[in-house]
Design a protein around this ligand. Sequence first.
Ligand SMILES: N[C@@H](CCC(=O)N[C@@H](CS)C(=O)NCC(=O)O)C(=O)O
Length: 186
Amino acid sequence: MLARLTGQIGDIEEIETTVRDPNAPVLVYNPTGKVPTLVLDDGTALSESLLITTYLEERAGARALNGRGAARWDALGFDAFVTATADNVAWMFRELTMKEADKQSPTFLALERGRAQRNYDALAAAVDTQLGAPLRTGHLTAAALFAFVDLFLDGNVWRKDRPALATWYERFRERPAFQETEPATS
Ligand SMILES: N[C@@H](CCC(=O)N[C@@H](CS)C(=O)NCC(=O)O)C(=O)O
């Protein structure tokens, strides 16, 4: 999304890959097998979304979203919070999908569900602050988080009692950059 929104997508070759697969094409570049991975012209492989978006932001120059100085740190701090929320949700997803029901840890799931609810509350409060501000990278991360929860978990878990947050996401989904990168539903 960021490459599209900052006019850099034409400079990037997009390569489809599988994940959690010993033959995944991404393993040629990144031993973790994680997506996204951004490979630079000199072969340097960047892993972790926040690092990749920080690189693209620097490369975008005047088209960068996060501003400069204190505004940039505010935007990056918010993005890092949303990124951590997405990582926590991904742990929960793995516990639920990669273990038999009787092997799952109720303690772990209760802790992660509590953490997710706190973070969704903070995101709902941010509709009037960071999410309400001009477009910045944390908005992209939040939209990706909600798309993931809707697709793989239960969208009601973050929408319930948070109508302004749900409306924020519906508006974001109208962006072509979101629609062109939306995860496949089948
Ligand atoms: N913290 C990472 C998370 C990346 C991540 O977990 N991506 C998933 C997307 S499906 C993945 O590549 N999973 C493959 C695996 O767990 O082996 C980021 O922000 O880039």
